[in-house]
Design a protein around this ligand. Structure first.
Ligand SMILES: [Mg+2]
Length: 231
């Protein structure tokens, strides 16, 4: 961590990942999606669940998302997969009125940038009573199914919304997804959790609070608390 807190006075574009960032990872919401991916892959590739799970995590590590691996290796049509894995129970996600008021007060535009579908971003953010605060959302379809951490979706995102990276800050729970934004000139906030919902390979595992990387400007395990102190 840098010893001096970098200033945020120049920030005009606030970009948030969705899953495990706009809600806390310890509510175990995303584990539903994670399990549905395993079920889908098991059926699609006719594999035992334990084998499907390995394929899911290998593709996540290698291609950025499990979906991208299924498309690249098996030529899968993404639509059915996305509909299936995002059809989950939202009830365990509770709106946080303080987070809403903090995001609302941020100076400039606000965006959601997710490796999930645009419909998923709308469903989840609406359920959290946050969706109307955002000036735009960017889903996996918008990046032609090329996911974070690859460079091209970040470039496309900035193009579509006319964002100068030097005026932007990116909030994200996936450590590797902050490397490109930092190199583009954005500030970065890693939202950590000790909740191990994923049993991921090391490269994609949710970041714990002991994580260190040169492309992380700030770390917090509580987005609401961080925004209340920095904005
Ligand atoms: Mg996430």
């Amino acid at each position: 961590m840098p010893s001096l807190t970098p200033s945020l006075g120049h920030i005009r574009n606030w970009i948030f990942d969705l899953d495990n960032t706009l809600y806390r990872a310890d509510v175990e919401f995303f584990s539903q999606i994670d399990r549905k991916m395993t079920n889908f892959i098991s059926r699609y590739l006719a594999l035992q669940p334990s084998e499907a799970r390995m394929v899911q995590k290998e593709y996540l590590a290698e291609y950025g998302t499990s979906l991208s691996g299924l498309m690249a290796v098996h030529g899968m049509d993404p639509a059915e997969f996305l509909d299936y894995v995002h059809d989950v129970d939202l009830q365990m996600l509770k709106p946080d009125p303080e987070l809403r008021s903090l995001i609302q007060s941020l100076p400039g535009r606000k965006f959601i940038f997710t490796n999930g579908s645009k419909g998923h971003a709308r469903n989840v953010a609406s359920h959290l009573n946050l969706f109307d605060l955002f000036d735009g959302s960017f889903g996996i379809e918008d990046g032609d199914y090329v996911p974070k951490p690859k460079r091209s979706p970040y470039i496309k995102f900035c193009d579509i919304f006319d964002i100068d990276p030097e005026t932007a800050i990116f909030f994200e729970d996936g450590l590797r997804n902050l490397e490109v934004p930092k190199h583009m000139g954005m500030m970065t906030v890693l939202v950590t959790s000790e909740a191990d919902w994923s049993h991921e390979p090391e490269i994609t595992r949710p970041a714990g609070h002991s994580t260190q990387a040169s492309y992380v400007d700030f770390m917090t395990n509580d987005l609401t608390d961080w925004l209340s102190k920095h904005s």
